[in-house]
Design a protein around this ligand. Structure first.
Ligand code: 5MM
Length: 341
C-alpha cells in the first residue's frame, strides 16, 4: 500500500468501507464487559477483539481500518499471530489511539482537556514500527448551558491540542484522525448542538491551518448534529442530515481526506439510519462514512458474552452491523433490511 498520507486517508474512507473503533481504554472496556457479565482481563479482551478481527467477510468487505488501544497493538492471538497481522491480512489498516484521555480543565468546572502530548513524538515512532498508519485523538466537549459549558477556553485548548497532535502524526508518516466530539448526553436541543459544533469545528480548522497540517492527509471524526439525550427529543434522520451537512459546508474544508462519524450513544439502527440519510442527500464534497465503537460492537458483544461457543454468532452479528453501515455509507440502506436479518 502507498505510504503517502493522502493515499492512506483515501483508503480509510474507500467507497462503502468504514472504521471499527475498538480502542476502548481499560476502564471503558470493563464497563462494556460488566454489562455482559464478562471479567475484563488481558486474555478476555484479546479473545473478544480477536473474534472481530477474524470475522473475515465483514473485515474484508466493509472495514477499512481498526483503531486499536495500546494493549491491543502489542497483543498476540491465541495461536501466537500478532493481532495487527490478522487485521492486515484482511486488507484493513491498523490504527492507534494515542490520547491519554479527557481530564478536568483547571479553572473551568465541567470542561475537559484531552492530554497526551508529552512524549507523543517517540510513541508515534514506536507505533509506526508496530504497523500503525493512522492515529486517533478524541477531544470531549460537553454541553451544559446553565453552567456555561463548554467555555471558549475549552474549545480553544482542545483544538490547539488536536492540531499539535495532528502535526506530530504527519511528521511520523501517520494519518491523524481528529475527533472533536460534542457529546449528545445533555438536555440541549438540536440547534444548540449545531451552534456548539460550529464553534468547535471553526476553531479546529483555524488551529490545523496554524499548525501547518496537511489537510488531505487528515480524517475528521465528528459527532452528528442531534438533540441531546436528556432533551427527550429524537431528531429525525432527515433533520440530522440537513443540519449536519449545513454545518460541514460552513466549517469543514473540502480538501480533507474524509469524514468518519462517531456514534456517540445513538442506538445501532439510529446511527445507521442517520449516516444513510446524510449520504442520501449527496453528492457532498467529502466521503462520509462510519468510525463506530458502540454502534458496531453492542450486538456482537451481547452475542459473544465471553463464550467461545458463541464466536460464530457474534461474528455474524458484527458482520450484519458492518454490512448495514456499508450500505449507509453508500446511501443505500433500507430499514427493511434490519427486519429481514
Ligand atoms: C471505542 O471507544 C473509544 C475510546 O473511548 P475511551 O478512550 O473513553 O475508552 C472512543 O473514543 C470512540 O472511538 C469514539 O468515541 C467513537 O465511539 P462511539 O462508541 O461513540 O461510536
Amino acid at each position: 500500500m502507498s505510504e503517502r498520507l493522502e493515499d492512506i486517508a483515501a483508503a480509510m474512507v474507500a467507497d462503502g468501507k468504514g472504521l471499527l473503533a475498538a480502542d476502548e481504554s481499560s476502564g471503558t472496556i470493563k464497563k462494556r464487559f460488566d454489562v455482559i457479565g464478562v471479567e475484563s482481563t488481558a486474555d478476555s479482551r484479546r479473545d473478544y477483539r480477536e473474534m472481530m478481527f477474524r470475522a473475515k467477510e465483514a473485515m474484508t468487505r466493509y472495514i477499512s481500518g481498526v483503531i486499536l488501544y495500546d494493549e491491543t497493538i502489542h497483543q498476540k492471538a491465541a495461536d501466537g499471530t500478532p493481532l495487527v497481522d490478522i487485521i492486515k491480512a484482511t486488507g484493513a489498516i491498523p490504527g492507534i489511539k494515542v490520547d491519554a484521555g479527557a481530564k478536568p480543565l483547571a479553572g473551568y468546572p465541567g470542561d475537559t482537556i484531552t492530554e497526551g502530548l508529552d512524549g507523543l513524538r517517540e510513541r508515534l515512532a514506536d507505533y509506526y514500527k508496530l504497523g500503525a498508519r493512522f492515529a486517533k485523538w478524541r477531544a470531549v466537549i460537553d454541553i451544559d448551558a446553565a453552567k456555561g459549558v463548554p467555555s471558549a477556553t475549552s474549545i480553544g485548548s482542545n483544538a490547539h491540542a488536536l492540531a499539535r497532535y495532528a502535526a506530530l502524526c504527519q511528521e511520523a508518516g501517520i494519518v491523524p484522525i481528529v475527533e472533536p466530539e460534542v457529546l449528545m448526553d445533555g438536555a440541549h436541543d438540536i440547534g444548540t448542538c449545531y451552534e456548539i459544533s460550529k464553534a468547535t469545528l471553526t476553531k479546529l480548522y483555524t488551529e490545523l491551518y496554524a499548525a501547518r497540517v496537511f489537510l488531505e492527509g487528515t480524517i475528521l471524526k465528528p459527532n452528528m448534529v442531534l438533540a441531546g439525550k436528556k432533551s427527550g427529543k429524537v431528531s429525525s434522520p432527515e433533520e440530522v442530515a440537513e443540519k449536519t451537512i449545513k454545518l460541514f459546508r460552513e466549517t469543514v474544508p473540502a480538501a480533507i481526506g474524509g469524514i468518519a462519524f462517531l456514534s456517540g450513544g445513538q442506538s445501532d439502527e439510529e446511527a445507521t439510519a442517520n449516516l444513510n440519510a446524510i449520504n442520501a442527500i449527496g453528492p457532498h464534497p467529502w466521503k462520509l462514512t462510519f468510525s463506530y465503537g458502540r454502534a458496531l460492537q453492542a450486538a456482537p458483544q451481547k452475542a459473544w458474552s465471553g463464550k467461545s461457543a458463541n464466536v460464530a454468532a457474534a461474528q455474524a452479528a458484527f458482520a450484519h452491523r458492518a454490512h448495514m453501515n456499508h450500505l449507509a455509507a453508500l446511501g443505500k440502506w433500507q430499514p427493511e433490511l434490519e427486519q429481514a436479518a
